[in-house]
Design a protein around this ligand. Structure first.
Ligand code: BG6
Length: 509
């Protein structure tokens, strides 16, 4: 760590699940790997009254349960880590609570600098989005936020998703936040960008020379992005019923995957250069015409069923969900990027809850060879109509992180017969190590001041613009309805039809 200044992380929403399951385990792991400033202190802030000791005991239990390195209770390392934790209770809409917090923070690192603020501060907003602005404005009013021109220390704010409910609310939130903070102090998080395999999309594309010449409309027929989840909405029914799959997954994670797959090579690997290229892709997404919404999109809602042997309730019977809800738990889209590289190449994307399996994967499907020399020579089942099995390149984000190239090879024997075959690179086989958790990388980057893997204000707005248009189309469309699909399936039949109309099919169905 170059930055030797004392550093304090304040987590708003410290009694939430994210703090226990992800944030504290990530901070613990980074500490074990000696990647954080030695004198780091972490302060949890939430509504409920609690002593420092009670908070430490709770977090210790969470670390034993959720931490990647599975520390034993009672070990010295674990004890040393929890002794850096503190807790302040307070209300998000009470400036006095923030004043008390500030007084507490100012004394936390001891007497240096006459008890005045001298430490770097990272505020993590892991709260419901309804209080994002309240927290930031009150931080501003109560003197928590150091001016950007103060070179001796920094103040940064990490904001969890969802960032806005639609374009208008995202613009409004950006405008307000940027009246208190500079853009380079704001870290809008999308945990997908912290996943190793997602970062590897960039290294795979731009650190190698093999595929990039093929990465365009001349050689690629279409792209499929699937992010399916086996889990149902679980305890988050109330939130999810207001959000739906398009806001929960497409606006952020999936459009980010799409941007990384489709972006132009940045001129350098610094934050602004990478984000400039991503935002160009998001701005080039062709708006789906509202009168054709049913032709380009499918909404689904799961009905009861079974996934991996476990029974799943009907979505409408889930706790917190309105019994007549029209919220989509599945969405599939056919979309285009109107730029030189991708003109007329469809990007099919789909995501859903309670689907057949957990799978996040991007597949590039290459065009057919110009002459079908071996058309009748493919092993049974690998020719459909005039289409032979296409060459595919799959980037599997999770689980079983891998990169797989599929091509046709001659089956050994005296007959000329072809069969699709995989050439596969598996992370676990090559690196023999578990990839770090997304939050580890992202928290570290925010402390190092690197915002490459965070979302800039214009990216978030471009993504909402695309999504808003679809949501409006659904609201106005009287013809297409939400399609039921059985829990444990690959989504409604209409999602298969979305590809079939142009002679294509999902790789998993
Ligand atoms: C979150 C969504 O952002 O991402 C959840 O709100 C979803 O609904 C989760 O389950 C998926 O993340 P991961 O890392 O498990 O793929």
């Amino acid at each position: 760590m170059e930055n030797k200044n004392p550093t304090t992380i304040v987590i708003f929403g410290a009694s939430g699940d994210l703090t226990k399951r992800k944030l504290l385990p990530a901070l613990y792991q980074l500490t074990m790997e000696k990647l954080l400033p030695e004198n780091l202190k972490i302060v949890g802030f939430a509504r409920s009254e609690k002593s420092h000791e009670a908070f430490r005991a709770e977090m210790k239990a969470a670390l034993v349960q959720f931490s990647r390195s599975k520390p034993q209770d009672g070990t010295q390392a674990l004890q040393a880590f929890v002794s850096r934790l503190y807790y302040q209770s307070g209300s998000y809409d009470n400036p006095e609570s923030f004043q008390t917090l500030r007084n507490f923070l100012d004394k936390l690192h001891g007497d240096q600098d006459n008890n005045s603020q001298h430490d770097n501060r990272l505020y993590y907003l892991s709260t419901p989005p309804t209080v994002f602005w309240k927290i930031i404005s009150t931080l501003g009013e109560t003197g928590h936020i150091a001016k950007a021109e103060d070179q001796t220390r920094w103040t940064r704010v990490i904001i969890e998703k969802p960032f806005g409910q639609d374009l208008a609310s995202a613009i409004d939130l950006n405008r307000k936040i940027l009246s208190v903070l500079n853009e380079n102090q704001v870290y809008r998080i999308d945990h997908y960008l912290g996943k190793e395999t997602v970062q590897n999309i960039m290294t795979f594309r731009f650190g190698n020379s093999i595929f990039e010449p093929l990465w365009n409309r001349r050689y690629i027929d279409h792209v499929q992005i699937t992010v399916s989840e086996a889990v149902a909405v679980g305890s988050r029914g109330g939130y999810y019923d207001h959000s739906g799959a398009i806001r929960d997954m497409v606006q952020n994670h999936i459009l980010q995957l799409l941007a990384l797959v489709a972006m132009e090579p940045p001129a350098s690997f610094v934050d602004e250069a990478v984000r400039d290229e991503k935002v160009k892709v998001l701005k080039a997404l062709r708006p789906i015409p509202q009168y054709e919404i049913a032709h380009f999109s499918v909404r689904g809602q799961y009905t009861g069923g079974e996934v991996n042997g476990k029974p799943i309730l009907n979505f409408l019977d889930e706790k917190g969900v309105q019994s007549n809800s029209h919220t989509e738990t599945f969405v599939a889209l056919k979309t285009f990027i109107d730029n030189w590289r991708w003109a007329n190449v469809p990007f099919y994307i789909r995501t859903g809850k309670a689907m057949a399996e957990r799978l996040s994967e991007i597949t590039i499907l290459f065009r057919q060879p110009p002459l079908a020399l071996f058309k009748h020579k493919w092993h049974e089942g690998h020719v459909e109509g005039d289409q032979m099995h296409p060459n595919t390149l799959t980037l599997r984000v999770q689980p079983d992180e891998a990169i797989r190239l599929n091509f046709g090879l001659k089956i050994p024997g005296s007959r000329m017969m072809l069969q699709p075959t995989d050439m596969e690179f598996c992370y676990s086989d090559v690196f023999h190590a578990e990839p770090p958790e997304a939050y580890e990388r992202l928290i570290l980057d925010s402390i190092l001041g690197d915002s490459t893997l965070f979302i800039r204000h214009d990216e978030v707005e471009a993504a909402w613009k695309f999504v808003d248009n679809i949501v409006r189309g659904w609201e106005q469309d009287k013809v297409s309805t939400i399609k039921p699909y059985q829990a444990g399936s690959w989504g409604p039949k209409a999602s298969h039809d979305l590809l079939e109309q142009s002679g294509r099919r999902w790789l998993h169905q």
